[in-house]
Design a protein around this ligand. Sequence first.
Ligand SMILES: *[C@@H]1O[C@H](CO)[C@@H](O)[C@H](O)[C@H]1NC(C)=O
Length: 403
Amino acid sequence: MVQLSSLAAALAVGLLPNLAVAAGLHEAAVAKGKLYFGTATDNGELSDSPYLKQLGNTADFGQITPSNSMKWESTEPSQNSFSFAGGDAIADLAKTNGQKLRCHALVWHSQLPNWVSSGTWTNETLVAAMKNHVTKVATHYKGRCYAWDVVNEALNEDGTYRDSPFLKHIGEAYLPIAFAAAAAADPTAKLYYNDYNIESPGPKATAAAKIVKLIQSYGVKIDGVGMQAHLIVGSSPSESALSSTLSSYTSLGVEAAYTELDIRLKLPSTDAQLAQQSNDYRAVAAACIKNTDCVGITIWDWTDKYSWIPDVFPGEGAACPWDEKLVKKPAYAGLLAGLGGGSSTTTTTAGTTMTTTTSSAPPTSTGVAQKWEQCGGLHWTGPTVCVSGTTCQKQNDYYSQCL
Ligand SMILES: *[C@@H]1O[C@H](CO)[C@@H](O)[C@H](O)[C@H]1NC(C)=O
């Protein structure tokens, strides 16, 4: 509710601030013309029911990406023998929840089955095997993927091509060949080149733009650049560096998205790091909002409970906007602010600035929240009563939970 005195003051000077405040990350992104805010998920996590419940909260997540189950080792573990159960489970979940699906990834040097990485190949035989993989997988998911990451991580940090069986036997032509096969198999999916450390200017970002031009030069369709955005608290790019790099891609006539966003820190996390992380998340969201061809943002899982970071970067973690107990961190508010869904509206007139702060809206749904579920917080409109045996405990301004 808006404080009546502020509202009266606003009306008195003929100003009525926009009182419609988005309730979640996806709603805030859509309100600014984006297609989605989403998250990665993985099959093993789906048996965790509090996790599954928030994963399906479409106020926050309008899109999901399978982190592993559509990769080559999962979908074609032995040659021309396909296995789609894991990927199908995530695709079905997206459909049930009414969420968009980003499909990930068709051609990548990592998580390849042995028969590809250690096979004996000629240019011709590997082109045939790669085309078969791309065609069969993209055909299986035809019409279900908003986007496909067709080629993932083809670049070294210095902007040269990364060594892989594909580069070794086919040369750079593997990129347009893979995109052409994907376009033929699923003409409506947006086809992306996806990589990390291409969010700010440098040789790798320049090379990613060159890949877009390479594929276009073959007369083959490429629709987007996916910036993974696995960032680090404190050395995350500035909003202006993010913006200029984003437009270096969109100026080529393709869309762009942040596809795997997380912002890790050195453990244990401090309040200062969490505040910096919140601001770093805000900058990414704001950069996407300001570019009309940035279609959305996907975080690489939403809770630290299932983040890949501690396994791959020992001593680092706490990279996600929700902590291991599924409680929102300051990063959530940073994202929401960057998406323009923040909690205050500011209007300026005749040299004076007036800020109207909104507080929690009254609950619009009755009912009882179960253990672990949300029971309050800024903009929360769900149940505020907890099931017996638990009490509603405030975690921060944005989140109270039945514990
Ligand atoms: C491999 O064959 C493709 C055509 O299928 C061709 O475009 C590419 O240049 C060849 N690569 C090499 C290294 O000869």
